[in-house]
Design a protein around this ligand. Structure first.
Ligand code: AQP
Length: 332
């Protein structure tokens, strides 16, 4: 590899290769509009510019979803969601994490051996889980190390995520640096890509929209589910403008468009919520139709995922061959 030039890497073979993008989402429940605006929209917008690898993080999901039927269904659902949101399998390698599970699990083990417990104890996700008084399993504690393996095994340059995942990308950089210092240059240092205006999409109660807080608006909910979620937005401010409604509305309309609506309806929370629900439904409608059409041919959808898994696994195995050499395991 040679000069790092904007979106391209100049290689010694004279070719300009696109930079590599990688990101994933856990199949651990229905995706919400926070996942869409914080992550998926960026994957779709950047799929032309980068050589893109987008995956379904089923190994990560196992830390919280320990029901085989639910996990299988969620994997299918997230695949349909990705495609319905506009990921084009001609441009993006779409795969399931467990399809390269052996290689990525082995790399996570290698990383575990150079990462200390106190360092991982500082991870925000672990602290959060502890605070919620959840019993933290070893998989959840080790989540950032597996995520580092996901990223580094594909030589990713850029990782589009919401702000909650920034620290995990920084952990991947630290681990790459430590491995490189210990065994010689092997891994690139990835950068998080965070869109500041949607870094933390707020939920119904104003906290970060999150499956585990139960404060979400489902991305592919029915009209009735969307209306019910919007009706539940907390509006106890007593102010002219219900802040939690406005903060979500900003995702769907420009501030200029919203000014006249909110000026004309000061304090009329019901009207404003109805307008928000209508805007969400109008936005989601075409994607929902596409999703329903895709669901008619599940064999095709599964074959997209399978082909992506084969491509991603081949890259991962090639990288692991280099890792074996670097750590001293390659003796024949
Ligand atoms: N509220 C949000 N605002 C912006 N981005 C968000 N993301 C999630 N919630 C928001 C981004 O979505 C991607 C997928 O993340 P994940 O699969 O790891 O799910 P998550 O972050 O764990 O989502 P939840 O809903 O918050 O799940 P729980 O409650 O289980 O932890 C990531 O890029 C994330 O930043």
């Amino acid at each position: 590899m040679g000069k790092n030039d904007g979106l391209y890497i100049f290689c010694y073979n004279g070719r300009m290769n696109k930079k590599i993008l990688l990101s994933g989402i856990q199949p651990s429940g229905a995706l919400h509009i926070g996942n869409y605006f914080g992550a998926i929209r960026q994957f779709v917008a950047l799929q032309e510019k980068y050589e893109s690898y987008v995956f379904i993080a089923d190994l990560h999901a196992l830390t919280t979803t320990q029901d085989a039927g639910k996990l299988s269904q969620s994997i299918i659902d997230v695949t349909l969601d990705y495609l319905a949101c506009g990921l084009d399998p001609e441009k993006v390698c779409l795969f399931k994490q467990s399809d390269i599970g052996g290689a990525v699990g082995e790399l996570a083990w290698d990383f575990n051996c150079i990462t200390t417990m106190p360092y991982l104890e500082r991870a925000v996700a672990y602290k959060d889980a502890n605070q919620k008084a959840k019993e933290v399993n070893v998989g959840l504690f080790d989540y950032p190390v597996l995520m580092a393996a996901d990223i580094l095994i594909q030589d990713a340059d850029a990782v589009p995520v919401g702000a909650d995942q920034k620290q995990h990308v920084e952990i991947a950089r630290d681990i790459a640096q430590k491995f490189n210092n210990t065994f010689g240059n092997t891994f690139k240092l990835p950068e998080p890509l965070i869109m500041q205006d949607v870094a933390i999409v707020p939920g119904l109660d104003g906290r970060k929209m999150s499956k585990s807080y139960g404060n979400t608006i489902p991305l592919f909910g029915t009209d009735a589910e969307i209306e019910k979620a919007v009706a539940g937005i907390v509006t106890d401010s007593g102010a002219d403008i219900p802040q939690n409604v406005y903060a979500i509305h900003k995702l769907f309309k420009t501030e200029a468009e919203l000014t006249s609506l909110y000026d004309a309806n000061k304090g009329k929370y019901k009207i404003l919520k109805d307008a928000l629900a209508a805007d969400i439904k109008a936005f989601i409608g075409p994607m929902r139709e596409k999703r329903n059409a895709l669901a008619q041919d599940m064999e095709k959808v599964k074959s997209i995922l399978k082909a992506g898994g084969e491509k991603a696994r081949a890259r991962a195995e090639a990288k692991m061959s280099l890792v074996h050499e670097k750590v001293g395991m390659k003796i024949y």
